[in-house]
Design a protein around this ligand. Structure first.
Ligand code: SRM
Ligand code: SF4
Length: 556
């Protein structure tokens, strides 16, 4: 028997899920136990399904270890916000909760939602109740279930933008687990009688083998990096009407250093689904992953590995059998951009929107750019809603034409309209990494701003100041900033050292390639400078840096 066919034992996480009684675990006891700041071992996995991660301050680990103190435990709480939408009142509430219960920073994530860090155990339940009072929840924001569903954020590009957004919300609802554990644990809901949890026709007792991600996008802007998802749904317009989606499966970014079995993958397009069949297609793809995904090795458990192990034709066959019909051939679609449209734009109903740059998604006040204070003032005006983008930016939404000048004045008052950032800084994305991410090997969001300053100096030197280059950095190879879809990707190896990947495109349609390993800052800048100099001389018209690298075969 070869490795492929020999049955392997399920991973320990499978046992945790099975024992959890519908994601209850012993969370209530763990939360009550004030002798420690952490949760019981199983509960650390179970709580993820409730949108929460146990973390500790890694900057303080050694000092506390020396003093023989327990780690400085706290929790990160992530909201489920399909398509990234909230009201101004919800923004004010979230900002208040971050201040009162967390470390004061609202962090916009690469999946169109927000999370707060630093909530200690004793504040968890009241904090979750405060979120519920605002009308938001954190169900399935993490865990082996379908996560927050993304949708293209920019309304000016399409008349059916709002309809696609509603699809994101409908898919999110459709794939929610059936357990009432969330209401029971956090909101004092009715207790489960007996030990048997609620029946769940999709997730059963073992949920999915691994996290599961869905994004929707509206061409021509690939602002959700749709092909980085387990399921990508690309909205199709035919004869001026929104008819359905091209369906792509098996995207993902995560890899493990030194493990060639793991790899980033772009989702493969398998056909077209009309609007009215979208929910069932998504459900059945999720069910195939439930039934065929690897439950022994979590590193090889994402849908991308299932698709490659089965082969795309076999996967499609399985889907068609379950559906009882075949998907239609994929329609022609074209992408021409990915970056957020910063500044003002208008939708087809003449309402206005303003997208603000948020460096690495951290809502803080900086000199001359009072983002945190400004967003609160904008929310207090009640004249706009808020939407997060998958590039960690924030959009002010649904502004009536007569209120545009008032919003502009508030933006100017806080330095938000007049601040200038280079195009490369505006496109850059970094993941959280240190000091909260337990998996970080190197810095990312704390280091990225100063790294970009050095890149800006190089761009200035070579007369490239107006040439945007997409640069993405992660503190480890898990890929939370989608670094393999950047023109320059930096993937953390150890403190101060990164692998350098080059040659992705600016549209999120081509993966970059490993160019050099384990470089420190001076090594990265020394590797990039001659390439930028050559690009400045040899680029053709508006050719992007990543396309130049690809054309010259530099990272082949
Ligand atoms: Fe991620 C794990 C942060 C988007 C791939 N990610 C983590 C954890 C929870 C670390 C952990 O497991 O304990 C990080 C928490 C850090 C912290 O302190 O907040 C973390 N991921 C993030 C966020 C906050 C990065 C950000 O700066 O915005 C993003 C939250 C998104 C959200 O709102 O749900 C985030 N993570 C992503 C993305 C991008 C995307 O989905 O478009 C990816 C790559 C796409 C993909 O899934 O393939 C991503 N995160 C991972 C992985 C690797 C999964 C894999 O297939 O191997 C891990 C590790 C894991 O799951 O074991 C991970
Ligand atoms: Fe943490 Fe790695 Fe994700 Fe960055 S890429 S947030 S370091 S898991």
């Amino acid at each position: 028997m070869n490795q492929e066919t020999k049955p392997q034992p399920p991973s320990p996480t499978e046992g945790v899920k099975e024992r959890s009684r519908g994601l209850r675990g012993t969370l209530e006891q763990s939360l009550r136990d004030q002798l420690t700041g952490q949760l019981a071992a199983d509960d650390q996995s179970v709580i993820k399904f409730h949108g929460i991660y146990q973390q500790d301050d890694r900057d303080r680990r050694e000092a506390r270890e020396r003093k023989k103190l327990e780690r400085d435990y706290s929790f990160m709480i992530r909201l489920r916000l399909p398509a990234g939408e909230i009201t101004p009142a919800q923004w004010l509430g979230i900002a208040h909760i971050a201040q009162a219960s967390g470390n004061g920073v609202v962090k916009i994530t690469t999946r169109q939602t927000v999370q707060i860090h630093g909530v200690i155990k004793s504040k968890m339940k009241p904090t979750m109740q405060s979120f519920a009072a605002l009308g938001v929840d954190t169900i399935s924001a993490c865990g082996d279930v379908n996560r927050n569903v993304l949708a293209g954020a920019h309304p000016s590009i399409s008349p059916f933008h709002a309809e696609v957004q509603r699809f994101a919300a409908a898919i999110s609802e459709h794939l929610l687990p059936k357990t009432r554990a969330y209401s029971e644990i956090w909101l004092d809901g009715e207790k489960l009688s007996g030990d048997e949890p609620e029946e769940d026709p999709l997730y059963g007792k073992h949920y999915l083998p691994r996290k599961f991600k869905i994004a929707l996008v509206i061409p021509p802007i690939n602002d959700t990096d749709v092909l980085a998802n387990d399921i990508g749904l690309i909205a199709v317009e035919e004869k001026g009407k929104f008819t359905g989606f091209n369906v792509a499966v098996g995207g993902g970014m995560g890899t493990t250093h030194g493990s060639p079995d793991t790899y980033p993958r772009l989702a493969t397009t398998i056909g077209f689904v009309p609007k009215d069949k979208t929910l069932e297609v998504v459900w059945q793809i999720t069910a195939i992953q439930r039934d065929f995904g690897n439950r022994s090795d979590r590193k090889l458990a994402r849908l991308k590995y299932t698709v490659d192990r089965m082969g795309i034709e076999r996967f499609k066959e399985e889907l068609h059998t379950r559906l009882g019909y075949a998907l239609a051939p994929a329609r022609d679609v074209a992408f021409t951009a990915r970056a957020d449209l910063l500044g003002w734009q208008q939708d087809q109903e003449e309402r206005w929107y303003y997208t603000l740059f948020v460096e690495n998604g951290r809502v803080v006040d900086a000199p001359g750019y009072a983002l945190k204070t400004g967003l609160c003032a904008l929310a207090q005006s009640g004249l706009c809603g808020f939407r997060f983008t998958a590039s960690q930016n924030i959009m002010l939404t649904y502004i009536a034409p007569e209120n545009r000048a008032k919003i502009q004045a508030l933006l100017e008052q806080h330095g938000l309209a007049q601040a200038e950032f280079s195009p490369t800084r505006q496109e850059a994305i970094a993941c959280v990494a240190l000091n909260t991410c337990p998996l970080a090997l190197a810095e990312a969001q704390r280091y990225m701003p100063s790294f970009i300053t050095k890149i800006e100096a190089l761009l200035e030197k070579h007369d490239l100041r107006d040439a945007p280059i997409s640069i993405r950095m992660t503190g480890c190879p898990n890929g939370c900033a989608r670094p393999h879809l950047a023109e320059i990707g930096l993937v953390g190896r150890s403190l101060g050292h990164y692998n350098l990947h080059l040659g992705g495109d600016a549209l999120g349609l081509r993966l970059n390639r490993l160019y050099a390993e384990n470089l420190d800052e001076s090594g990265i800048l020394a590797a990039l400078e001659p390439l930028l100099a050559a690009y400045a001389k040899e680029r053709r018209g508006g050719e992007r840096f990543g396309d130049y690298i690809e054309r010259k075969g530099i990272a082949a």
